[in-house]
Design a binder for this molecule. Structure first.
Ligand code: NAG
Ligand code: NAG
Ligand code: NAG
Length: 259
């Protein structure tokens, strides 16, 4: 059963409920590389310790980040790579990826009480940040967007089709070779007049991209500075809901760089 439409008030009351998930598996070379191997492990949300729900040790890693600002610029730095993700950077391995191939982020399905498919309505977007220091980089530098999965039709999101667990996309062929933070976000926008209740599922992988290079990525943005709570891609305009009027949906952030 899906719980798509619950506002934050209800969501808070139901925090032991099952509509959360975490993208902990990187898919590379058509292979699932496992739980938090190439993806930075994340901290637990306050109040979601192991005892809170069902004894699930990792359940606290699954709740979304809720910037919860009424209007204006999103200031939540956890939107870069997830809650306290920088703490696990030193133990995160780096996946070699061939530019031009498909990779993906998959949710963990073994965590008791967590959702077993992408449960919340909303798009997914993928960004890259070039860095020579994956172990210490907190993601406060420049990012460019390489993928976007938006509405499937006027009432349904691509991330929902067939109760999927994955967001797959292609690394642009001409991406300059080097080490990068690869960041995936999937988030639930909220219909106006309510603002400040968007819910974000964000994780980052350590990757080494190899390939011909030659591209000039951009536009570059900073995260979370690029997002505003009152962006129409986050606070949906009149006439649009989480499952209506989606064909006019415009995502927040820069254009996709396709190489
Ligand atoms: C994503 O790619 C993996 C292979 O890496 C594949 O098994 C899976 O079915 C794909 N998922 C979707 C939703 O396309
Ligand atoms: C993917 O395949 C390439 C080419 O065989 C290899 O160099 C790379 O290490 C593989 N990546 C992973 C994460 O297995
Ligand atoms: C959109 O696609 C979903 C899933 O296939 C389907 O259930 C729904 O009826 C579709 N909506 C429209 C407006 O076509």
């Amino acid at each position: 059963m899906r719980t798509h439409f619950i506002p934050l008030i209800v969501y808070t009351l139901l925090q032991g409920a099952t509509s959360h998930y975490v993208f902990s598996h990187l898919l590379v070379n058509s292979t699932d590389s496992g739980h938090f191997k190439y993806i930075r492990d994340v901290g637990k949300e306050k109040g979601y310790d192991g005892e809170y729900c069902c004894g699930a040790e990792e359940f606290g890693k699954t709740p979304p980040i809720v910037p919860n600002l009424k209007e204006g610029t999103v200031k939540e730095v956890a939107l870069r790579c997830g809650r306290q993700a920088e703490l696990s950077a030193p133990k995160t391995e780096t996946a070699t990826i061939i530019a031009g191939t498909e990779v993906g982020f998959r949710i963990a399905t073994h965590i008791a009480s967590a959702f077993t498919s992408i449960g919340h309505p909303g798009p997914a977007q993928v960004y890259l940040h070039r860095t020579d220091d994956l172990q210490n980089d907190v993601g406060d530098g420049d990012w460019f967007k390489i993928a976007y999965q938006g509405p499937f039709n006027d009432t349904y999101w691509t991330t929902w089709v067939d109760q999927r667990t994955d967001v797959n996309f292609t690394i642009p062929l001409t991406t300059p070779p080097g080490t990068y933070l690869l960041r995936m976000e999937q988030f639930m926008p909220f219909p106006r007049p309510t603002t400040g209740y968007s819910q974000w599922y964000v994780n980052c992988a350590h990757v080494n991209i190899i390939g011909p290079g030659g591209g000039n990525p951009g536009p570059m943005v900073r995260i979370p500075d690029v997002y505003r709570e009152d962006d129409p891609g986050i606070a949906l305009p009149n006439g649009m809901g989480q499952t209506k009027g989606l064909s006019k949906y415009v995502p927040p952030g820069p254009a996709v760089w396709t190489g």
